[in-house]
Structures are given as C-alpha cells and as structure tokens.
Design a protein around this ligand. Structure first.
Ligand SMILES: [Zn+2]
Length: 431
C-alpha cells in the first residue's frame, strides 16, 4: 500500500508541483550548513526577493522609495529595517498593488485564508512557492523518519456538507490519510482499530490533546506512529504529558501561516528550528511580535509582515543537540493585541497564559479553559471540570497576582471545543 501511495504522490506532485523534488533535495542539503552559511543564504534570498518586489510590485516600490531604500544599488539590513511593517489589513486592502505580474510565473494557485477575526485574504501563490512550502513540511517529516505519502490521521475542518465530504474523502485517499470530521466520542472510538497503521497524526494541537484524553483508558496500539504534529495553536505543557503517555511521543510543533509559509518546525529533540531557507524572521522591538518576510513569495510578496504572534527566540549561541544549526524559536507565547478590560486598567490577554502556566508548574494543576469578556471589569472563565471551592480559590489567588480590578467568575462548560477552527484562550465580546 505504501508503495502505491508513494507512486501516487510522485505522480501527483510531478504534475501539480514540478519543482517540489528540487526544493526538497536543496533543503536536505542546506539543513547541514553551519549557522553562518545559513545566515548568508538567508540574507541573499532576502535581498533577491526585495529586489524583485521593488522592481515588480507597485505597493513595495512605493514603500521602498518612501524610506529611500534601494535594494538594488545600496543593499543593507539597516536599510531593510527602515521599511514599514506590513499588516494583514494591508495585504487585503492593497491586494492588487502587492501582486507582481502573472507573466513571471508558469503557474499560480489561488489561495483563500481567513483569520480568527473573520477577514478573508485571497492571493495567488506561484508554483515554486507552493512547492517550497510542501518541501519544507516534507523536510520536517524527514527528521522523524516519515514521508508525506505515509499513513496519516488528520484533524481539521468541521465541514460536514455531504458533497464537500465526499470530495475530501477522495482527496484524502490520494494522500493516504483519513480525517476526523466531527469531534465526537463515538466516532473517535471507531477509530481505534485503524490506529495501528498510522505513521503520522496531525492537526490542531488542542484536538490532538483531546483525542489523547479520550483514548487514554482505551489503550490504543500505535504500531507505526513516528510523528505527532501540532499546528496553529499553542502546545501547553499538560498537552505534552498526556501525549507522551498515550502516543508515546511528544507533540512536535509546526509553526507557520498560509501567507508566510512554514516559519519553524520542531526537531525530534524538542526545539523549533527556524526555516532559514524560507523565511527571514525579525522581532518587533516594541512588543516582541514576530515580523516575517516570506523568502519564496514572489507572486505575492509579504515583507516585514506582522503576523500578530508574540515570540521568544533562543539566544544565538544556543545549540540544539540534534545537530541542526538553524536558530531556535523557543516559544510562540500568544497573540498580540487582544485586551482584557478591567474597570480602570487594561491587561494583555497573554496574562491568562501566564496564570495557567503558573498553576501548572507551581501547583501541578492542569486546567482546560477559555476566557470570555462580555462586560468591562468582568471576566468569565469557562472550565471543563466541575467548579469546586478549591479550584475557585486556586485560580482566583493566582489571578489576583495579575488582575487588580477585574471580577472573575468560573463557569463549568464542556462545549467550548465545539466551535470550528482554532481554539482561542480568550474571546472578547466587547466592541
Ligand atoms: Zn534540534
């Protein structure tokens, strides 16, 4: 079966993504480079992209001119850093001015992506960029001894419209994966016998975690599992405890976004390595937010793009024991900009992350939560477990170290996973 799927994969990729194999073999070569070489390659690609954008994208030409930065004749990183940041709003509003002419590309794919705040971004992704992205994921797989054509279990959409479902099932067969459409305990149970052939489990981290919770008592047999990959969401420490227990593996994080590609991929030794061949990463000195320049995005460049996540990079001298020299992204700590309103003070929503992290590390208490604010000065914290006196006082005591003018109420609620998409730890209902 695996041979057949490998054949299918190659056949499909040759047709759809002809440059995939070249990108993959290049990535396998450059991953062995020393840090200095990687940084050189990284900057060379940055300059090349900037020149292309300067010469071919109306939006960027204007931005480069405004700060008198000419990437062709006077390239410097200092000059580059003068460029204004680009927001998602810019990508949407100046969409056609950002796009470079289509005649440069043999083939482009139409991409549509929606953010958590509901706005929809569409753009054209050229074949090389698309293939590079796939090759980056493939490289990440290769660190775990798996291939894109191996058997996968995939959690993603909640889209259950029958026709769409059939389409997805055909597509899934082609790429050797089966997926969970619904988040339903009975359906998950039926999954058990299939698990022994799965090599890769992937999807939102919170769903991988929830699956582990449901499987815990059922003693699932994972004969061929080599990689559990979590995407798009923060991996909390208590997710890892149960993942190791149930899957025998930690959740490896893949960090990226549709518009900026794969930013980092976690190695088997538990460190997220920056994808130096694919992205130029900076940190906004103002708020610690990540700025990403996608080095492959020729058809729709995103340069100094403010993704909205707060990150922490390991010091440059840090070396991972796996041998890869690409810099390490220590943590994606959360989203920037979401605010909790006290009666007089304003708190970043990231505060919640610290409160529950402390409870885990200091009190060894694992709490699945989601916070909602409907009124200024008040915050509801939904928890999955029964609200006891001791849980109440534990959370309120920890929270009082951070919040001084906010009334907290704990509410037992099991259903906060039911909404589709990313699991957010804070939802504001204020205008
Ligand atoms: Zn490593």
């Amino acid at each position: 079966m695996s041979k057949f799927h490998k054949w299918l994969y190659y056949r499909g990729a040759k047709k759809r993504n002809p440059s995939l194999f070249k990108h993959f073999s290049d990535l396998k070569k450059t991953e062995k480079c020393e840090l200095a070489e990687l940084k050189k390659l990284n900057e060379e690609r940055l300059q090349k992209l900037c020149i292309f954008a300067f010469e071919n994208s109306e939006f960027y030409r204007d931005r480069f001119n405004r700060v008198s930065f000419d990437p062709v004749n006077s390239w410097s990183l200092a000059g580059f850093q003068r460029l204004p940041q680009v927001s998602k709003k810019d990508l949407i509003e100046f969409n056609s001015e950002i796009h470079t002419p289509s005649h440069f590309f043999k083939k482009r794919f139409f991409v549509e992506t929606s953010g958590t705040s509901g706005e929809i971004l569409t753009f054209h992704r050229d074949e090389s960029w698309d293939s590079f992205n796939r090759a980056s994921i493939w490289r990440g797989y290769s660190w775990f001894g798996v291939n894109p054509w191996d058997r996968k279990l995939y959690f993603w959409g909640y889209n259950t419209a029958p026709l769409k479902r059939i389409k997805l099932q055909i597509l899934d067969f082609m790429v050797n994966r089966f997926r969970l459409f619904d988040y339903d305990a009975d359906r998950l149970k039926k999954l058990l016998p299939k698990l022994k052939n799965v090599s890769i489990i992937e999807g939102y981290s919170s769903m991988i975690y929830e699956l582990a919770n449901i499987l815990e008592d059922r003693k699932p047999q994972f004969g061929s599992l080599k990689l559990v990959k979590g995407t798009s969401e923060k991996v909390f420490p208590h997710y890892q405890d149960i993942a190791r227990k149930v899957y025998g593996l930690s959740i490896a994080n893949e960090y990226g976004a549709t518009e900026s590609g794969i930013i980092a991929f976690e190695c088997p030794n538990g460190n997220m390595h920056l994808n130096m061949e694919g992205v130029y990463v900076e940190q906004d000195p103002e708020d610690g937010g990540i700025l990403v320049t996608n080095l492959q995005s020729y058809s729709f460049p995103s340069i100094r793009y403010k993704l909205g996540d707060q990150i922490e990079l390991a010091p440059e001298t840090y070396e991972c024991s796996c041998g890869l020299k690409a810099p390490v992204l220590k943590e994606v700590t959360g989203r920037i900009g979401k605010k909790i309103f006290g009666r007089n003070k304003i708190y970043p929503s990231l505060t919640l992350y610290y409160i529950f992290k402390n409870l885990y590390f200091n009190d060894h208490k694992t709490i699945d939560f989601q916070a909602h604010q409907y009124e200024v000065g008040k915050l509801e914290i939904w928890v999955k477990e029964p609200v006891t006196e001791s849980l109440n006082s534990m959370i309120l005591t920890e929270a009082s170290k951070y919040f001084s003018d906010l009334d907290l109420s704990l509410i037992e609620n099991h259903d906060f996973r039911q909404q589709s998409g990313k699991l957010r730890d804070f939802v504001s209902h204020l205008d």
